[in-house]
Design a protein around this ligand. Structure first.
Ligand SMILES: Cc1cc2nc3c(=O)[nH]c(=O)nc-3n(C[C@H](O)[C@H](O)[C@H](O)COP(=O)(O)OP(=O)(O)OC[C@H]3O[C@@H](n4cnc5c(N)ncnc54)[C@H](O)[C@@H]3O)c2cc1C
Length: 381
């Protein structure tokens, strides 16, 4: 094995794969991506696959919109089918506070070129016929959003990165980061040491441990989230939007002939467990009864659990460490990392190369918590 790399990327999820591709495609030589398991084995393959630009934070709108463009041309640019369904995201709103917050969000999104709009409960039901409109005040819809297959995106980027000269090693865990003073000199791995002066942490829910190897605090906590998949639903509209009852966080979208259904569980505590359990089902059933009772009749045929990688303000950590030279990070996406992968890949490439990225991510630095300058994202599921 070549025991030197110009840059070591830790983590083979959507972030690591997108970063590896963008670096290698920009001509960076000796790019090395290390994944301790299979590619996409972490949170990425557990995601619901939702892609959107409907956020409250200007940076997230821009990262989401840029990624939507990349997902749209993925087949052409990367040569891989990602099963993109541009069916839109529909947020159902039941309180005046939610409506006011989404109205402000839509204004900001429109100013940034995102074609989202507020719609009536009746129009929401025309778009998503399984819902009940009782108690609904309004909805927000953006037709450019949708969903696609997360692991296909990772495999596409990893294959494209390899074609551009990057090395991608699976089953290779990083166990330590070597430093001399503030400079990185290498990483220790289960395959042996690798000399490098640059490390990029894209280790998702496990980033805090990776940051600690370099002496950098990355405040990321793992939080289990579950998904259920249903039997086929006769007569499901082919363009059913990703539908989210914002008050309860119940969401669903078409998954093959059935539905993929998810919801947050306020009883879940931080931890790395990813086994499934049924403790969330009574709350899920209550939310369905209120907002989409037709879902109660559907048999559950499968499901899984995965980890959100959560930061204190539910927004990403993207930047370069201030205390360790050439330690970059892209993590803590708090439930919206899959959809930001393509854009963050570009941004991290530019940070690595010393170029000005298409959007200024300085407010997403991990240092914002010490500086008491959090950056909350409110439009989260
Ligand atoms: C149920 C669920 C639904 C979701 N739905 C959506 C959605 O609809 N839309 C959306 O945008 N996001 C969604 N997300 C969030 C999304 O999955 C994550 O934000 C995103 O996948 C993070 O990607 P990542 O590459 O940073 O992390 P990961 O995919 O977790 O990749 C990190 C990788 O690092 C590897 N690793 C860790 N430590 C080491 C080490 N020391 N050495 C080597 N490798 C290491 C891990 O094995 C892992 O494969 C969802 C998440 C869950 C759990």
């Amino acid at each position: 094995m070549n025991t030197h790399a110009s840059v070591v990327i830790i983590g083979g999820g959507v972030m690591g794969a997108a970063i590896a591709y963008h670096l290698a495609a920009a001509g960076v030589r000796d790019v090395l991506l290390l994944e301790r398991d299979e590619l996409a084995a972490g949170s990425t393959s557990k995601a619901a696959g939702g892609v959107r630009a409907q956020f409250s934070d200007e940076l997230n709108i821009q990262l989401g919109a840029r990624s939507l463009e990349a997902f749209g041309r993925f087949g052409e640019e990367i040569g891989h089918d990602i099963g993109l369904h541009r069916v839109g995201y529909l947020f159902l709103l039941s309180t005046p506070q939610e409506v006011a917050s989404f109205e402000a969000g839509v204004r900001l999104q429109n100013a940034l070129g995102v074609p989202s709009r507020m719609i009536s409960p009746a129009e929401a039901r025309r778009l998503s016929p399984l819902i009940r409109t009782d108690g609904l005040l309004a909805a927000a819809f953006s037709p450019d959003d949708g969903h696609c297959t997360p692991e296909a995106v990772v495999h596409g980027y990893a294959a494209a990165a390899r074609r551009c000269g990057a090395r991608v090693l699976r089953h290779t865990e990083v166990t330590g980061i070597e430093r001399q003073g503030s400079a990185i000199t290498g990483v220790r791995t289960t395959l042996g040491p690798i000399a490098t002066d640059t490390v990029i942490c894209a280790a998702g829910a496990w980033s805090r441990a990776v940051g600690a190897m370099a002496g950098v605090d990355l405040p990321v906590q793992p939080l289990r989230r579950q998904i259920a998949v249903t039997e086929p639903v006769p007569g499901l509209p082919p363009d059913l939007p990703m539908t989210i009852d914002f008050t309860s966080s119940l969401y669903f979208h078409a998954e093959g002939p059935g539905l993929l259904v998810g919801m947050s569980d306020p009883d879940e505590r931080p931890g790395f467990a990813t086994d499934t359990h049924d403790r969330w089902i009574p709350r899920l059933a209550a939310a369905m009864e209120r907002r989409a009772p037709a879902l109660l009749d559907l048999r559950r045929t499968g499901g899984w659990a995965g980890l959100y990688e959560v930061t204190p303000d539910h927004n990403a950590l993207i930047g370069e460490a201030s205390t360790v030279s050439r330690f970059l990070y892209a993590t803590g996406f708090s439930g919206h990392g899959f959809l930001q992968g393509p854009a963050v890949g570009e941004v991290v490439r530019d940070l690595y190369l010393g170029r000005v990225p298409f959007v200024d991510v300085a407010p997403l630095s991990a240092d914002r918590f010490a500086a008491d300058a959090p950056r909350p994202e409110v439009n989260r599921v």
